[in-house]
Design a protein around this ligand. Structure first.
Ligand SMILES: NC(=O)c1ccc[n+]([C@@H]2O[C@H](COP(=O)([O-])OP(=O)(O)OC[C@H]3O[C@@H](n4cnc5c(N)ncnc54)[C@H](OP(=O)(O)O)[C@@H]3O)[C@@H](O)[C@H]2O)c1
Length: 300
């Protein structure tokens, strides 16, 4: 499977493994280690986390697996995020969900992530969501500090608009390297808010979260979901692809912006299907069949 060049010395796997649901997989550290090794064999070496996943438990669960094999860390790239302060029994003093991008919070969040993950560096740190209360100068200062300490190699954002991305970029010493956004045949928001054009202009390779739209494309829950599902199945039949889920990844992978889908499954067979989708060649009419089904209208 292709590697995607993020910077001169950082490559991500084309398919990324997301650990947001890890605490629900009910697997032991040993089983998680095996799942990770099997994923690496398939070429999936990049792993996406966030401090808050699983009520602050997922990073620690993965850290336990990492501890079992000292050689594993050098074979993978770890992405994690910071900034969202959820209501949690882990933080009983917190009374309101909010975002915190202060110097001190980002610093302590990274230290916690490093401790939880049993590693001494993160390959990429993302700011999880844009915030109405945001001091880019403080963020830029803490990024420089974390970089100089060797704790974080590169920085990026998630769910930012082009304007928010450029604003922060104008303060940071180094260029932000990616933006992780929701993209699937169900969620076309970033085709419409200028983000895809911005990524193309800036040569940014975006990470695509919830590529299966949280399952809404597997078990449709509304008319839009049914329309897309019918189009996916029609294209799967034309291309003789089974299961049809692979068509969803292929739709994302065929776009020239070079999306990196983040698969959220804990099952190796499903990770393998996502990897196999990198070999499917979809034509333009098939791509638009799915796009139009999502819009519910033909192109003007
Ligand atoms: N930056 C952000 O704001 C943000 C937000 C949300 C997510 N994310 C990232 O994106 C990752 C993926 O998100 P997601 O979990 O919502 O992704 P998703 O791929 O849209 O949904 C995954 C869910 O679909 C289920 N599923 C059923 N059939 C499947 C199949 N054939 N293949 C794959 N999954 C199947 C999985 O269950 P099984 O485990 O049973 O297969 C899992 O519960 C997360 O882990 C996280 O890293 C980022």
């Amino acid at each position: 499977m292709d590697k995607i060049k993020i910077t001169d010395d950082l490559e991500f796997s084309r398919i990324i493994h997301g650990h947001m649901r890890l605490s629900g997989w009910n697997i032991s550290s040993q089983e998680l280690l095996i799942l990770t090794e099997q994923s690496i064999e398939l070429g999936v070496t990049t792993i996406d986390h966030a401090d808050i996943y699983g009520n602050y438990r997922c990073e620690k669960l993965f850290g336990e697996a990492l501890k079992l094999d000292k050689n594993l860390r050098s074979k993978i790239q770890i992405v994690t995020k910071c900034g969202i302060q959820i209501l949690s029994d882990q933080f009983p003093g917190r009374k309101l969900k909010h975002y915190d991008y202060s110097y001190d919070h980002i610093l302590s969040s990274v230290d916690n992530s490093l401790r939880n993950l049993n590693t001494d560096y993160l390959d990429l740190l993302l700011l999880h969501r844009p915030a109405p209360f945001f001091d880019p100068e403080a963020v830029a200062r803490v990024f420089s500090h974390l970089k100089s300490q060797g704790k974080v190699r590169y920085f990026g954002v998630s769910n930012f608009t082009p304007g928010q991305f450029e604003m922060l970029n104008s303060y940071t010493e180094e260029r932000l390297v990616t933006n992780q956004v929701e993209i699937s045949p169900y969620c076309l928001e970033h085709f419409e808010n200028g983000n895809i054009d911005f990524f193309l202009k800036e040569r940014i390779k975006p990470m695509a979260w919830s590529p299966l739209a949280w399952g809404k494309l597997l078990i449709p829950q509304d008319e839009k979901g049914h329309r897309i599902r019918r189009a996916i199945e029609a294209v799967a039949a034309e291309l003789n692809v089974n299961p049809a889920e692979k068509i969803i990844y292929s739709w994302l992978l065929s776009h020239p912006v070079t999306l990196m889908p983040i698969i959220g499954s804990g099952k190796i067979e499903r990770i393998k299907e996502a990897v196999e989708a990198t070999n499917i060649k979809m034509n333009l009419e098939q791509w638009y069949k799915i796009y139009n089904a999502s819009k519910g209208i033909d192109l003007p």
